[in-house]
Ligand binder design. Structure first.
Ligand code: DQA
Length: 143
């Protein structure tokens, strides 16, 4: 079965307790279960990870590039300022979809900039945890 990585950046381990009015009541464990379930339906093996550490996220993106593994990536706050992440994504050798639970374009101005969008295959934002499901479907249908 084809493997897909689902990488999550800082503070996403705190889903469920973190600003539930913005990110909903579901936990990171719920997100993992949703991704695994969706992967099973689509015939994909889904490897879900979360880190608060920019260097670790960069090293995971290198691993994806070296293995030509498609990625669903929620870069969280790194979206808005991490050129290191952007440079790592630019090395990708398979589709990479940027996802967001909320719709950053409808929030504070600093969230309107994504420094990674231009090097991603595409972006899905604003559908809650369903953003991940839609991204996995897009990968299954196009990768
Ligand atoms: C987020 C949006 C970002 O602006 C924020 O920093 C996050 C989560 C989202 O999934 O909606 O941590 O990426």
């Amino acid at each position: 079965m084809r493997t897909v990585f689902v990488f999550n950046g800082p503070n996403l381990s705190r889903l469920g307790t973190r600003e539930p009015d913005v990110y909903g009541a579901e936990t990171f464990e719920d997100l993992e279960a949703l991704c695994r379930r969706t992967g099973r339906d689509l015939g994909l093996t889904v490897d879900v990870r979360q880190t608060d550490d920019e260097a670790e996220l960069v090293s995971w993106l290198h691993e994806a590039a070296d293995g030509a593994v498609p990625v669903v990536l929620n870069p969280a706050a790194f979206t808005h300022y991490s050129y290191a992440l952007r440079d790592a994504i630019a090395q990708r050798t398979a589709p990479l979809i940027e996802v967001h639970i909320s719709n950053p374009a409808a929030r504070e101005e600093f969230r309107h900039t994504s420094v990674v969008a231009a090097v991603a295959s595409g972006t899905i934002a604003g559908f809650g945890l369903r953003s991940y499901e839609l991204a996995l479907r897009a990968i299954a249908e196009t990768a």
